[in-house]
Design a protein around this ligand. Structure first.
Ligand SMILES: *Cc1c(COP(=O)(O)O)cnc(C)c1O
Length: 227
């Protein structure tokens, strides 16, 4: 199947899921995660109408961005080393893994405009996953007010891979509750309306639990390790 065909199928799926949980399908945006594929395939995704591109590696994204950066919105979804911020700051529209003040400081310092960030929360509390803990979230958000360029547009999490995606539900539900809590505080620097959650194996659960950005690689643009 071409990316266009897969995207059409995914859109139908999103519409179906949104319908059954009473959401408007337009609230759910698809980020095509192109980390496994080359520039040609990334261009194919843009040509298919995908408006959001996600990359998780500084080096992996640069070549694609140089050729295609004028098109679409670019999301940096991986963990980001502070010293590499200057390489990516002007290329990406969103950063999904803000998880420490040193990173906020560097993003703020290097940017000449607002930087749209998702705070990454380690809801599942896996050692291997980055992100701040639930308990630290509100104090962290409060401290971000000190960095004038930082705008917290939402929260992001990664669930563990489960054979049965239903097991991710409590994680996604918790992230939504945290989002509601932060949004409710009404901080000017943290409108926090978005929820970046759900990947190829668990996006349907994420949508049911309120995702506004789903990050899809394998089932949309392909993954050489899996297909
Ligand atoms: C790779 C990756 C994805 C996409 O994963 P798939 O299972 O291939 O859809 C989403 N989010 C992040 C942060 C990733 O690193």
């Amino acid at each position: 199947m071409t990316i266009l065909e897969k995207y059409k199928q995914l859109n139908l799926e999103i519409e179906k899921i949104a319908g059954r949980c009473g959401r408007n399908k337009d609230e759910i945006k698809v980020i095509a995660v192109t980390k496994y594929v080359d520039t040609v395939t990334t261009k194919e995704a843009l040509d298919a109408g995908l408006e959001h591109i996600g990359e998780n590696r500084v080096e992996g994204g640069v070549e694609k961005w140089e050729q295609l950066g004028e098109r679409g919105n670019w999301h940096f979804i991986g963990s980001l080393q502070t010293k590499k911020v200057k390489k990516v700051i002007d290329k990406y529209d969103y950063f999904h893994s803000l998880d420490r003040l040193s990173l906020a400081e560097e993003l703020d310092k290097r940017s000449s405009k607002k930087v749209s960030c998702f705070v990454q929360v380690n809801v599942s509390q896996e050692e291997s996953k980055s992100g701040i803990s639930e308990a630290e979230l509100i104090p962290f958000i409060e401290k971000l007010a000190e960095y004038p360029s930082i705008e917290v547009v939402g929260l992001m999490t990664m669930a563990p891979f489960y054979q049965d995606p239903e097991r991710t539900r409590p994680i996604f539900r918790k992230l939504r509750e945290l989002r509601d809590q932060v949004e409710g505080l009404g901080y000017q620097h943290a409108p926090c309306k978005e929820l970046s959650m759900g990947m190829s194996n668990d996006y349907s659960i994420a949508i049911e639990e309120g995702a506004t950005f789903i990050r899809i690689g394998t089932v949309l643009v392909g993954n050489p390790l899996k297909n």
